[in-house]
Each structure stands twice: as C-alpha cells, then as structure tokens.
Ligand binder design. Sequence first.
Ligand code: BGC
Length: 399
Amino acid sequence: MKMKKLCAFVAAGMLALSLVACTDGNEPAKTATEQTQAESTKAEGSSENTDSKGGKIGISMPTKSLERWNRDGSYLEKEFEKAGYEVSLTYSDNKIDQQVKDIEGLIADKVNLLVVAAIDGESLAQVLAEAKSQNIPVIAYDRLIMNTDAISYYVSFDNYTVGKLQGEFVAQKLDLANAGDKKFNIEFTGGDPADNNAKFFFNGAMDVIKPYIEKGTVVVPSGQTTFEQVGTAQWDTSKALSRFQNILGSYYSDGTQLDAAVCSNDSTALGVTQAIQSDYAGSNEIIITGQDGDEANLANIIDGKQTMTVYKAVANEAVATLNLGEAILNNEKPDASLIEKSGWSFDCTYDTSSYDNGAAVIPSYLLVPVTVTKDNIQKELVDTGYYTMGSDGYPHPVQ
Ligand code: BGC
C-alpha cells in the first residue's frame, strides 16, 4: 500500500527558497537558499522530528575508501546545512551490516529525510521498511536501492550514457567504423555486481562495442564479454589489478597486443593501469577508460597512463538532492517541473521508465555526464571550479 502521508509537515512559515543559477552552464551550481524557513512542525507521524530549524537529514554514504563518496558526502552536507538543516552523515566502510546499523541509527535519531547511497542495493529493504513505517522519506542517491517500496525518488546521472561515452570514446579513438580488415584487442573491467549502476555502465559501453565484436573488428582475447565475467566486487582496485594481471598472463604473454581496456570507473581503471605497468610486455599505447575524475586517475591522464574519465559533477547531484529533498519535506509531489522550478544551471532529465527497482519504477532525476581527457581537463574541471590545478601540474578537487 502506498504511504499516504510521507511526511506531513506543516510549515509554520513558508519556505522562501531562492535559487541562484550560475553564470556558466558548466559551473557547479550554487544555491542561495535564504533560510527564512520557519520551524517545520510535523503534524503527523513522529512529531519529535523538530530538533533543528529546517529538520534533520540523515545521509548514508557507502565508504570513504572510494574517492568520490568523500566528495558526495561533503557536498551534500554543505548544501543541506546551508539550507538550514541539521545533517548526520555516516560512512559504512563498504560493510553492508554497518550500513544497516548506520541507517537504523539515523532512524532512531528521528531524521526527517534519508539520503542513501547503498553499498549493496539488495540489502536495505528491511531497514528502509522501518524508515517507511516511521514516515521518513528516502531518496536513493546515485545507486538505486532494490526491492523496496520505501524509496520515493532516485537522483543519479544517466548511468547508461556513462558507459556509452566510454564505448564511443574507444570506438572513435580506434576508428573502428573504418577499420577495414584491421583487428583490435579489447578487454572489459566492470563494477560491483551488487551496485545496480554497474550493469548500466557495462551495457552502455558494450552496446557500442558489440557490433564490432560481431563483425570481427574487435576481439576479446580473454573471452570475457558478459557482465558476470568482468565484474569487480566492491569496485576494488586490488581486485581489478589481480584479475587483469591474470588476463595479461594468460592471453597476452605471447606478445598479443592489447589496444584498449574499457574500465567502468576510476578505481578499477587504477588497478588495470597498474597491472599493465607491471605485467604487460608490449610498448604500444593502450586506451584506458574510467569514470569519476579521481585524483590519482586525473594525474594518470595528465601523465598519459589513462586516456579518459567520465566526469559526473557530484556538486550538482548534491544540489538536485537538496531541492528534491526540500520539495518532499514541503509535502509537494515533485515531478518534471522541479527541474524548471529549481532553476538549475545544469542539465537534468526526469525519467519515469528506466529504473525499476523490483517493487516499482522509481521516478528519477538524471544528470548528464561528460567525457574528460587531457585536452579538456582544464576547461571541464578547472575552469568550472570543481578542481584547482596544483603547482605540481595535477588537478586537485575543491570541496
Ligand atoms: C558510482 C560511480 C562510482 C562507483 C564506485 C557507482 O555507483 O555511480 O561513480 O565510480 O559507484 O564508487
């Protein structure tokens, strides 16, 4: 049964929300949420949720060990605090049980809204049922949470497009469309099978490359072409490293040339790059893809060891989550109109068909990823204010 009243707030004063869009469409969006919001008093459900002026937000992030979540956590915390909310931010060390406990803690703490990036999309149904029973709305952040009717919305990037950009980059670089009789060897490294995003990334890339495999232009010497074969538990760099060392040892030690390594993200690309450095006999340039713009990977891109990354402006993902969260807390029913109402300077689509979590199709706000190479790091990452170029010649994230 659908929850009747997610969070029936009676705002004693109206939320005066003013959003200031940035000058440039690529800059991190800034909100200037003038905090004239009066105390939100919960009319029904847990009337205890009134501790701070704007209410309490529970943010559950997966781990600090994968770089991006540090940025996500800090942007989210900053955005919600700036808007007058109290924030409890937890990291669960990539341990599923820990995340369940952390969310239980946030529920016990009477948060008004939960923002959750799941470690394992399949493992939170029970704890989120508890959130639902206490009328705490839940936003699935970046990763879809599966098999639960407790989540109201999903905020992420267009995950399929992330993979598509990786595939298209490789296809373009190798000029696969005009390859004639030439053959190229490619290997794939995917993400964590427990993360619903991972399949989207893999499918996006594979859908671009597959026709060339079928034509014979692309060969995968390891034969590992399914998501199940190429996955990397927990997106772990050392797992990606040892798997790729095995591949190089088994299929490339006879001098076979590797032309491209399609890696779903930067943490796996880091392992694959290390494996190539230590275990690849050839001296040709290998195209290596990634995602996120992690510091070490950007340095590798500058140094020519990784070829591209797909950048997702998590600063904007945090802004979208804030505005969505506020709309939910104001008892609105956010839909496509939120995008225009919020005045975001970044592109976003409202998608009501792509993300079925097994219980329902979850309405999703999907931001747009961009391809970053050595040639546009300055323009896309530094000029936009997300990173500064250090005196060491490498970009460093600004938080
Ligand atoms: C995120 C990626 C990230 C990966 C590992 C995915 O859910 O969308 O940006 O690289 O998790 O942290």
